[in-house]
Every structure is written in C-alpha cells, then in structure tokens.
Write a protein that binds this ligand. Structure first.
Ligand SMILES: [Zn+2]
Length: 427
C-alpha cells in the first residue's frame, strides 16, 4: 500500500476497506478536488482508478490480491475484475451512508417540493435541510474517523442538487438572502414543508377625521370603543396576498382624537402566512376599504431589517393646535410663546392621563420651532415642530405642572386644546 500512500487513491482504499459507499457518497468525501464534476462522476472516477491501480499491483505481484479482497464487497463497480481474481462475484454491500437510497431520496424530494411549492405563488426559494439526520450522522462518523478535510456535507450537496432541479421544473430562482419561500426538508422522514417569509409593506395613512384608532379597540364587554380604525381599512388586503394574518407596525401613534394630515403617518403592514408573494405594489390598494376619513398609500415592499430601522429612527413632528384661553389674552401672547418655546428643551413627567398604563418617569423632549397666530383674543392657532416623543397636549395645559415649561403658565391662563392635528412627520 505504500506506493499509494498520501493521495486520493490511498485514502479511498482506506475508506472502502472499511465502509461500503455508493459513488455519490464516496465522491462527496473528495468534493474539494476536481472542478465542474458531480459527486457521482467523482466517486466513479476514484473507484475506477483505484481498481485499475490494484489491477496493476496484482499483475506485478499477486500478493497484492489482499488489497482487492479488502474492498471487494464495498466498492460496487467492476465486478468482472473482482470475480476474475477472487473467483466469485462479490457480495455487494449497501452504501454505509445512504443504504443506496440517495437517488430515490432525491427524486422523491424533488417531486414533493414541486407539489408543495405549487400551492404558493413565489418567485424565489431557499432549501433548508434539518441538521442531525441519521444519514448525516453516518457521514460525519466516516469523516471524523478518517480525518477527512476534502468533503462536503450531504446537506450541502442535496440543497444544491434539489435546488437545481426545482429551479428547472418551476422556473423559480434560488435566493439566499430574502427568499419568498422556505422549503424545509427532514431527511429522516423525507417530509417537505413549505412556508413563506412574511411580507412587509411600507405605507402611510392620512386620518381626516377624529375618534379613529390605529387598531380596533374593543372594550372588555365586547363593544368597540371607536367606530373606525385604520386596521379596518387595510385588513382586507390579506385577500390580495391570500394571507392568514395581518399586523400593523406604525411609526409612533397619535391619540384617537388627533387627525393626521400632510403626507400621513408611516406604517408597516406585516402579512404572515402569505400564499401569493407576487402581488405588485400597485395592486395592493384594490382590496382596501374605501373610506372618506382614512386614506392609505402603499409605497414599497421592505425587508424585516428595514422595519426595525424605521421603528427605531428618531422622528420629529409638526402639530397644528387650536387653543382656547379661559380669559382674554394680551396682544403679545404670540411673541411670548415664540420667545419661550423656540428651540427649547421641555421636561415632562409621564402625563396623568396615561399613568395607569405607563411608569411615572421624567423625560426631556425638544420643541424646535413654533409659529403662533392669534385668531382673536381667546383663540390661538399654533404650529409646533418638536420631537415625536413630546406630549403636545401637556405642553399646552401643563398637566398640573408635570410639564415644564408649558403654554398655560407662560400665558398665565387656563388653556383648552380644541383641536390637534399632526401635519408632518419626518423620520
Ligand atoms: Zn450512498
């Protein structure tokens, strides 16, 4: 054997003297060597060359017959050569790794993948093979026992081979980063499961009315607190995608009595259990409920990481406020407010009205800009540009001093907030 030491042939002889292997499972152990070869071609080539080499050694010295004998039941090719020298046809053993089932496994999995994927409308897919199957365990046993460093795993080979066949049969593309469909394979049970990745749509809503919530708000006794929600309007788009579930991820939230004007509030709609991943953005709106009070605009599809990014971004808002004073205001009220609140840090304790739901904390928000118009001596129309985290209602009435500074204190009058509108959200 010394003449064969240290190369592919000698290593293969060492493996095959212990383990019967089909050509694919042998070829896979040397996948690092030889370009543009299938593992079957690789395995066949190794077996052929090994037997040719053994033949040469036997011709030179018949004592080398033991080498041929050692692998005769494990190699599975060239039975004539073996029977010529050993006197009988070898009792061929089944592949230690796959029990000669690998070709069946591949064709069965392809068939099931095509049938399962056909239930969905997808453009891209990725195949994932569950780790830790029996077949993989046996492969690893050989790899570690013989200290091989040239192999590729059966999971990797199957993902590639199955992927090629599915692509050709269904005309859909393998995609590793953002696939439409995930095909999960269990090699022990040969079970194939297809799921789709969630669909995320970046959109905006404009709320032209008041007493409209973002999501449906149902009280404990089962009655709706507000008759209309943004969710009501967009929920039917689940039909367009043949989806199971819809979830809204809004970038912030306004109080129900606050309108959202201008370009509206960004909103990401997440759809789960989607059967159709091929809906164009233009077609999404077809199933939206028509509403005079809520307008929706669908901008584009995004990935999950963009959702996290959008939600974590600090944004600023412009509010329009209509403020009524209990007593007549002095003529310099507008000036006072502008002087006090232009680019001003405002310290706020959690508003009394939400103390039941939130911890009592102090946070500092900033007013960037303010414009004030006195409609008459009682009524002010105010535009405020501020951090989106600022509680603007409390900025006006002061919440019993919990927000400082506040407009009521600056104007030395009790202030009533008649209307609040968000007119711009930048994020
Ligand atoms: Zn095999």
């Amino acid at each position: 054997m010394s003449s064969l030491s240290g190369n592919i042939i000698s290593k293969s002889a060492e493996i095959l003297s212990k383990y019967p292997l089909c050509s694919r499972c042998l070829g896979r152990l040397f996948a690092k060597y030889g370009l543009s070869l299938s593992n079957i071609a690789r395995g066949n080539a190794i077996k052929t060359l090994l037997l040719m080499e053994l033949h040469r050694l036997i011709i030179n010295d018949v004592r080398n017959l033991s080498l041929l004998k050692g692998i005769s039941e494990n190699v599975g090719v060239m039975p004539q050569l073996i029977s010529k020298y050993l006197g009988s046809t070898p009792n061929e053993k089944k592949c230690y790794v796959c029990s000669n089932t690998i070709e069946y496994v591949i064709s069965k999995l392809v068939q099931d993948m095509v049938s399962e994927l056909s239930k969905f409308k997808v453009r891209t897919f990725i195949i994932s093979i569950r780790k830790g199957s029996e077949i993989e365990r046996r492969e690893l046993e050989i790899v570690s026992e013989l200290n091989l460093d040239s192999w590729e795993s059966i999971r990797r080979e199957l993902k590639r081979e199955l992927g090629k066949k599915v692509k050709a049969l269904l005309d859909i593309e393998p995609e590793f980063k953002h696939p439409d469909a995930l095909v999960l394979v269990d090699l022990d049970t040969l079970n194939v499961k297809v799921t789709t990745t969630p669909t995320y749509i970046l959109c905006r809503y404009v709320k032209l009315g008041r007493n409209i919530s973002q999501v449906r708000w149902v009280s404990k006794n089962g009655f709706r607190k507000y008759p209309l929600a943004v969710e009501d309007v967009v929920e039917p788009i689940t039909k367009s995608f043949n989806a199971e579930k819809l979830q809204l991820h809004a970038v912030g939230r306004e109080d129900v009595d606050v309108r959202v004007l201008g370009n509206g509030r960004p909103l990401v709609i997440e759809l789960k259990g989607v059967k159709d991943k091929t809906v164009s953005v233009e077609d999404i709106a077809k199933n939206v409920v028509h509403s005079d009070l809520i307008l929706t605009f669908f901008d584009r599809y995004i990935e999950h990481k963009h959702l996290i990014d959008i939600k974590s971004r600090r944004s600023s808002k412009v509010y329009r406020l209509l403020v009524l004073s209990k007593k007549p205001l002095s003529s310099d009220s507008a000036e006072l407010l502008i002087r006090e609140f232009s680019n001003r840090a405002v310290r706020q304790r959690t508003p009394t009205r939400i103390l039941k739901r939130r911890k009592d904390l102090t946070h500092v928000g900033r007013v960037y800009d303010i414009k004030v118009m006195a409609v008459n001596e009682y009524l002010l129309e105010i535009l405020v540009k501020c951090d989106s985290s600022l509680y603007v209602k409390e900025l006006v009435h002061g919440d019993g001093g919990r927000t400082f500074p506040n407009m009521a204190e600056v104007l030395n009058s009790e202030l009533d907030l008649l209307e609040v509108d968000v007119i711009d959200i930048s994020y």
